[in-house]
Design a protein around this ligand. Structure first.
Ligand SMILES: Cc1cc2nc3c(=O)[nH]c(=O)nc-3n(C[C@H](O)[C@H](O)[C@H](O)COP(=O)(O)OP(=O)(O)OC[C@H]3O[C@@H](n4cnc5c(N)ncnc54)[C@H](O)[C@@H]3O)c2cc1C
Length: 399
């Protein structure tokens, strides 16, 4: 688990480290990086803006790309125990009928299982054995000198501390991005869509199957985790502005075939209870480092959820960054960050492009476009649209 710890305690533990590291954001990338660095004998100071009671969040499908790094940081067994294999995927057309069912291993042609886990559970897995984190804390200023970086940490009181390396692992929507980059260095892509995330109970027979319905102006995704499944119901934001109850009512009118699982999911979203809204936007940064300050995960290149690969890339990137820092002294930090970016950026941006392309295919508002897509989906294998993922697996870097 993530262990609430004061900044002062963390700074004291890092005092004699050959590299004093600050990681802002104890999410997927931040925890992976902290764990990988702790395995190399460092004590990174890890701060997190939110409180310690991480809620379940949403479901993450993790591609087998994460397996080598999970083995290296010693969480593979726990991840296996807390996640479920995703073996089948069913694509439904605009009126709800199943167009195709895929075996996921054949679809992705990757070694090993993709596995489903709730984000909150993944954070617990990444903290197996205990991970010190200062909660309710953020960075309010960073100044850099040739020999080091000074950060002001707001954790109740304001504390100034010196570091050799500061990593921004604060995800897609951080308000502190401007401490690192100018606004013109961050390009945002807005799909124009958004949707609600909720949860529902699953029946054992469907525990390894994900369902997606690609409608005309709407999308329904059902994704299993242990004992439950996560529901995403979305559409063009001009339409979802009516609220979940009215949006779901419209959608039910368009679906001729609604199975029991979809029916329960739609009811859960329409109720408005325990759901939250997510805007489907992403971002891409022009550079991943400025001197001794580096970005990793969604902070560097944020993902749309469409290809289900953002978290896997955040985990891979964190592992690669830790590897680049092996044996690096204080003076070598800026070049290590640049080398990390040179090697990892092409992989991450290829995955991000794949997510955007898939969004272009899925997020169709017009009935005609959706009808054409329904027909095409019978003949053009989804395998083609996911080709990038297979390439990324085939060319995965050593951990
Ligand atoms: C609905 C949805 C479904 C998705 N499904 C998948 C999927 O199936 N498979 C997949 O691989 N990816 C998926 N993704 C993408 C995936 O969630 C992200 O790519 C991944 O979480 C990025 O990890 P990260 O560590 O960069 O950011 P996060 O996991 O978002 O972590 C960032 C952390 O930083 C904290 N923080 C923010 N600002 C500050 C600050 N100023 N100071 C300190 N802390 C701060 C946040 O509270 C958070 O804990 C999905 C995303 C969404 C929204």
């Amino acid at each position: 688990m993530r262990i609430p710890t004061t900044v002062e305690e963390q700074l004291a533990a890092a005092r004699h480290d050959p590299l004093r590291v600050l990681i802002a954001g104890a999410g997927v990338a931040g925890l992976t990086l902290a764990r990988a660095l702790r395995g190399r004998g460092l004590h990174p100071v890890l701060i997190e803006r939110s409180d310690p009671n991480a809620d379940k969040g949403y479901m993450l499908a993790l591609l087998p790309l994460v397996d080598p790094i999970f083995r290296q940081i010693g969480v593979a067994a726990e991840f296996h125990a807390q996640s479920v294999p995703l073996r089948r995927y069913r694509l439904h057309g605009r009126h709800g009928a199943i167009i195709r069912e895929y075996a996921l291993d054949a679809l992705l042609a990757t070694p090993g299982d993709s596995r489903g886990i709730a984000r909150g559970e993944l954070l617990r897995v990444l903290s197996t054995g205990g991970m010190p984190v200062t909660f309710g804390a953020t960075v309010t200023s960073i100044t850099q000198e040739p020999g080091g970086a000074r950060a002001t940490l707001a954790a109740g009181d304001e504390i100034e501390a010196d570091f050799d390396l500061i990593i921004a692992a604060y995800g897609l929507h951080s308000t502190t991005r401007e401490l690192v980059l100018r606004p013109d260095q961050v390009a945002s892509f807005d799909s124009g869509w958004g949707g609600w995330i909720g949860w529902s109970d699953t029946e054992p027979a469907l525990a390894d199957i994900g369902d997606e319905t690609w409608g005309a102006g709407f999308f329904v995704g059902l994704y299993p985790v242990k004992g439950q499944f996560s529901v995403f119901v979305g559409g063009d934001r001009r339409d979802t502005a009516t609220g979940p109850a009215r949006f779901v009512a419209r959608l039910r009118g368009e679906l001729h075939a609604i199975d029991a699982r979809t029916d329960r999911s739609l009811t859960a979203i329409a109720s408005g209870e325990d759901i939250y809204y997510w805007k489907l936007v992403d971002c891409r940064c022009a550079t991943w480092s400025v001197g001794r300050v580096g970005l990793v995960g969604d902070a560097a290149a944020g993902f749309l959820p469409t290809a289900g690969i953002g978290a896997a890339m955040a985990i891979e990137s964190a592992g690669q960054l830790a590897r680049r820092l092996d044996g690096v002294d204080r003076d070598g930090v800026p070049e290590a960050l640049r080398a990390f970016e040179r090697a990892q950026r092409p992989r991450v941006e290829a995955a991000q492009d794949n997510s955007r392309q898939l969004a272009g295919l899925v997020f169709r508002r017009g009935g005609m476009a959706a009808a054409v897509r329904d027909v095409a989906s019978r003949f053009i294998p989804l395998r083609v649209a996911l080709g990038t993922i297979r390439t990324l697996h085939d060319s995965a870097p050593a951990v």
